[in-house]
Design a binder for this molecule. Structure first.
Ligand code: SF4
Ligand code: SF4
Length: 766
């Protein structure tokens, strides 16, 4: 049985309007472009799409990706491109899901091109090497003129709400002469949904440029970007980093350049030749060739070609050096073309071997599954909602699956953030606290191998994420040391959940040490900056010299399974309103009774909302009643947590039900905003809304509308008793939805979400 091929690069034009001096098509060893037709013919397109469709149907492929490429694909012209897209639509789309992309230098992209791509759902990737000086280093016209301003105009076009959903990302080829941080900043400024950082193609015969004395300059360059990226909160997924981390965890690498996944990609040249990936052009004249064409050979036949099959063999197909390498499962020998050396072909490590090894070793969680949790590959595509979940959320309640997917996404990010905190060895001032953090991290890594569930439970706590974000933002100093040492607290809590014995120093804060989600221990007077705590297999914790233990308190009545009333976690104040300290028993019992009653009320009135709430709400933080006029709040960095002041006794359960419902809408919506661009962030307009006196930005109006949609459903469920309120809230949601749509600032996803809310006013929310 031949390997299946699900990715195709379709070369629709073989020439380019730029003359980049690092171009692997024209400037490297393989010069086959010279003998190819400039533009692909209709007959070649027809034969190619039939081959792709035939293979997809024969193997029942769920999805096929086709990237329109060149040279510069837009040189084909709009009519020619329309013909190609129509042929793909006619032949391939009926047999499999078709993921269409175009990779362009961007200089010709205009509104008409975007309209055409929009019509066929083609995503657009653009090459840009950084700021103007970085980009001008290579990406110029033949007469030396810069292409930078045209590329920026193309990116601005793709950021418009109308086309934002077409924006696939930016590809950047690394040049050591460019400042890595300046390049990173320039690329992130273009708000791409994805970034690809590519090592320049090279072989052992033509090695990459390396400054004298520099052993791993590419790893050093990339690590500068990596640190910057982590400090920014990983705002833009960077594929290389995601690939390393995913492969380290045994997942797919999402890339040809890293990992041991079989390469299931073929190229179709403008003359119909089947070829291997373009990177092979760097090896030698004719290296990508297979001697087959779409006219004479099926995909199955090409997949059996020895050169293609050689890339399907995983670790076993690598050279002896790579097979013996401790990071082979992550690196995979690097990009195939980069292994080439005259004499023994591709039976070598990558010419970037030292850099790859250094990068993998330095990236937290790169060399081994050193951080716990599901893969956080830096690919937005991995964090996607299951089918139907987006619309279920837009309709108000969402469902257990949708809320679970949002929680998984946040957990994945939390794993990355914790690993980033653990890997930051810069700026420590207190050696004791530094040692505590290191011990904590070592224990977390050990537990990850034995009891990953226990580690994940701790990482999934809402305030673990908030803590990690705070650590990464805090300047070095005593406070930063104490915060970072909280790693040991996470480890102790994970050990306690796992039921294993552990002893480690925990940071003392306000006379207390904390085991998140489990409890806290008051230390006696004369305590140091750390105190050694023992965790026992029966779930107990003790401190040398004794200490009073405060157990975390949970509400477990349906719809809640383990809802913590969080009055201990030192990072629970991130919603900016003062939280109470440890509740007196009487108050805790009042909270427990109130939450249980509110949960019961919601389960009876709105079962869909209640089950989503039960699945996603992990913590309620009691607010300090005397120190705030705020009744409730949520914080973006604490998924699954809300903060609230306990309403007065009269009508307490009903008011709490309102608060829970309202705030949990914000919790869900914050996570949706992490996954989807719903509006143009550059839009400056403000909208008047009936629930606030001051005009609100689009994001605020979206949040409010979503929260009031849930309350509309709740009032409707109360029948005549809630009629007046229901009508008032309904008109708020209706008016706000119309105002949002009229701004023109919504992306297609945003329009879909708003339309979903409007449509659910009279339908959803059972
Ligand atoms: S735009 Fe792309 S294809 Fe054209 S010369 Fe530059 S690197 Fe080569
Ligand atoms: S780091 Fe070097 S030796 Fe190890 S797998 Fe990669 S290329 Fe091969």
């Amino acid at each position: 049985m031949p390997a299946t091929i699900s990715q195709y690069v379709l070369k629709v034009h073989s020439r380019c309007d730029l003359a980049c001096d690092h171009c692997y098509v024209y400037e490297h060893a393989d010069q086959s472009w010279r003998g190819r037709p400039r533009a692909i013919s209709a007959a070649t397109v027809d034969a190619a799409v039939r081959r792709i469709a035939e293979h997809a149907a024969a193997h029942g492929l769920a999805e096929v990706s086709v990237v329109l490429h060149g040279g510069e694909p837009l040189l084909l012209g709009k009519d020619g491109m329309r013909g190609v897209l129509a042929a793909l639509d006619e032949h391939v789309a009926p047999v499999t899901k078709l993921d269409l992309r175009v990779h362009t230098n961007g200089v010709r992209l205009d509104e008409q091109w975007c309209d055409l791509f929009n019509h066929y759902g083609v995503k657009v990737g653009i090459s840009l090497d950084g700021d103007r000086s970085a980009n001008d280093r290579h990406r110029r016209y033949a007469n030396g003129r810069s292409s930078h301003s045209q590329v920026l105009a193309a990116l601005a076009l793709l950021r418009r709400p109308r086309f934002r959903h077409l924006y696939a990302g930016i590809l950047c080829t690394i040049d050591l002469g460019n400042d890595p941080v300046a390049v990173y900043r320039a690329l992130v400024d273009e708000a791409p949904p994805n970034l690809d950082l590519l090592l320049p193609h090279a072989t052992w015969e033509h090695p990459p440029y390396r400054p004298a004395g520099a052993e791993t300059p590419y790893a050093d360059w990339l690590m500068q970007v990596y640190r910057c990226w982590v400090r920014d909160g990983r705002r833009v997924p960077i594929r290389l980093f995601g690939s390393v981390r995913s492969a380290a965890l045994g997942g797919p690498s999402f890339s040809e350049a890293i990992g041991t996944d079989p390469v299931d990609l073929l190229v179709i040249e403008t003359d119909g030749s089947w070829e291997q990936p373009d990177s092979m052009k760097t090896a030698y004249q004719g290296a990508p060739a297979t001697g087959t064409t779409v006219f004479s050979h099926t995909v199955d036949q090409v997949a059996r070609h020895p050169a293609v099959a050689a890339r399907q063999g995983g670790t076993e197909a690598l050279c002896a050096t790579c097979r013996a390498c401790p990071v082979v499962n992550v690196c995979g020998g690097g990009l195939y073309a980069h292994r080439y050396r005259p004499g023994n072909g591709f039976d070598n490590p990558s010419v970037y071997c030292a850099d790859l090894k250094a990068l993998i070793g330095q990236m937290p969680g790169g060399a081994a599954p050193a951080h716990a949790g599901p893969v956080a590959p830096g690919e937005r595509a991995v964090h996607v909602l299951p089918d139907g979940a987006f619309d279920a959320l837009a309709a108000g309640p969402g469902d257990v699956r949708a809320v679970g997917a949002l929680a998984d996404m946040r957990l994945s990010e939390a794993c990355s953030l914790v690993a980033a905190v653990a890997s930051d060895h810069v700026g420590w001032q207190d050696p004791q606290l530094h040692a505590a953090a290191a011990e904590g991290w070592a224990l977390l890594c050990a537990l990850q191998a034995e009891r990953p569930d226990a580690v994940l439970e701790v990482f999934a706590l809402p305030y673990t994420y908030a803590w990690a974000v705070r650590c990464l933002r805090l300047p070095a100093g005593a406070d930063a040391d104490r915060d970072r040492a909280h790693l040991a607290g996470l480890a102790a809590a994970a050990a306690m959940r796992a039921g294993v014995t552990a002893e480690l120093p925990l940071a003392v804060r306000d006379g207390t040490v904390y085991l998140p989600g489990m409890g806290a221990m008051a230390v006696g007077s004369g305590a140091g900056t750390t105190e050694v705590v023992s965790v026992t297999p029966d779930g107990g914790a003790a401190m040398r010299g004794g200490g009073r233990w405060f157990e975390a308190r949970f509400v477990t009545s349906p719809p809640f399974t383990r809802l913590v009333v969080e009055d201990l976690d030192p990072f629970r104040d991130c919603q900016e309103w003062p939280a109470t300290g440890r509740l007196p028993t009487v108050k805790w019992l009042e909270w427990r009774r109130g939450l249980a009653c509110a949960g019961r009320q919601l389960a009876a009135a709105l079962p869909d909302y209640a089950s989503a709430l039960g699945a996603g709400l992990r913590a309620v933080v009691p607010l300090h009643p005397a120190a705030t006029c705020t009744r409730s709040a949520t914080a973006r960095q604490a998924f699954g947590a809300i903060a609230a002041a306990l309403p007065g006794e009269s009508n307490q359960a009903e008011e709490l039900a309102d608060l829970l419902l309202h705030e949990f809408q914000h919790v869900k919506f914050n996570a949706v905003l992490d996954l989807y661009d719903l509006f143009d962030p550059a839009y400056q307009g403000r909208l008047r809304v009936p629930w606030r006196e001051d005009p609100r930005p689009v994001e605020g109006v979206l949040h409010g509308t979503y929260a009031f949609l849930a309350l509309t459903h709740l009032r409707r469920s109360r029948g005549r008793a809630g009629l007046v309120d229901y009508l008032r809230l309904r008109s708020w949601v209706c008016d706000a939805s119309e105002a949002l749509s009229a701004t023109g600032a919504l992306t297609p996803d945003g329009e879909r979400f708003v339309a979903g809310m409007a449509a659910a006013l009279d339908g959803g929310g059972s």
